[in-house]
Design a protein around this ligand. Sequence first.
Ligand SMILES: NC(=O)C1=CN([C@@H]2O[C@H](COP(=O)(O)OP(=O)(O)OC[C@H]3O[C@@H](n4cnc5c(N)ncnc54)[C@H](OP(=O)(O)O)[C@@H]3O)[C@@H](O)[C@H]2O)C=CC1
Ligand SMILES: O=C([O-])CC(=O)C(=O)O
Length: 260
Amino acid sequence: MRRNIGLIGVGAIGNFLLKEINRDKAHGIKIESVLVRDRRKYESLQSEFNVTLYTELNEFLCSNIDIVVEAANVEAVKTILPKAIKEKDTIIISIGALADEYFRQHVLHLANIHQHTIYLPSGAIGGLDLLQNAQTLGTVKEVSLTTRKPANSLVDHAIMDEVVVFEGKAADAIKQFPKNINVSIVLSLAGIGIDKTKVTIIADPHVDKNNHQVEIKGDFGSATFSIKNNSLPDNPKTSYLAAMSILGTLKRINGNVKIG
Ligand SMILES: NC(=O)C1=CN([C@@H]2O[C@H](COP(=O)(O)OP(=O)(O)OC[C@H]3O[C@@H](n4cnc5c(N)ncnc54)[C@H](OP(=O)(O)O)[C@@H]3O)[C@@H](O)[C@H]2O)C=CC1
Ligand SMILES: O=C([O-])CC(=O)C(=O)O
């Protein structure tokens, strides 16, 4: 049972996890340790959520934790994951970090030799169970993702009509939009890879939700997954479901029945 969590990053997702796990105490798990960059900025978390704050990664990893949860950003994953995975199983949500082939192979190698697991939650999309099953024999032919978000999440000036801000492969989408399109990388890793997964990103001044549409074609047939995500109040770029998918991953790790 992985009861004690070490959390990295307290923004929209980290705050959700602290409130949901430590305040409500309903899930049989607890966030014990929190890694931040600026202790003073986050000082109040200690009394509010009964956690210990760390600014040094090594001290954080040596604290009383069973599993690490990253909710920071792609750059943080690049720095932290190689050390974390040597010591602990680790859940990452800034999955875009794994678009870097060399980095991905490096951390997978470390996970293998240190016998730890990197968990990649489904985040703001779904259908990854279907995609992985369909690709077991390598027979998925096409995967595409169309993401439509409120314009101000994607462009820094006012627009009157929708604008396609990106069209291309997932490998390039995450380089241009590292805070908006991590979903394309988990989709790529579950399916046909970052160079074959097609991505279209639309900035739309007329929507207030984060919309993702996934289309899959292969020998199994075809499938479409579509979601209109409510966003988290602290960060409109980030969908509520992405935060819930970390909690869901933690519950499934500790559960005795594995669905899917
Ligand atoms: N896979 C998916 O489906 C999704 C993934 N995401 C990704 O999840 C991540 C978190 O999202 P969200 O909570 O909305 O982001 P926020 O921007 O709200 O919060 C990120 C937090 O991480 C902290 N942080 C950054 N670098 C470090 C570091 N090296 N060590 C410790 N803390 C750090 C920042 O703290 P400070 O600046 O104060 O130091 C900030 O509080 C993002 O990368 C986002 O793109 C989001 C939605 C969906
Ligand atoms: O939350 C979302 O809708 C998607 C997102 O930001 C990401 O994948 O980085």
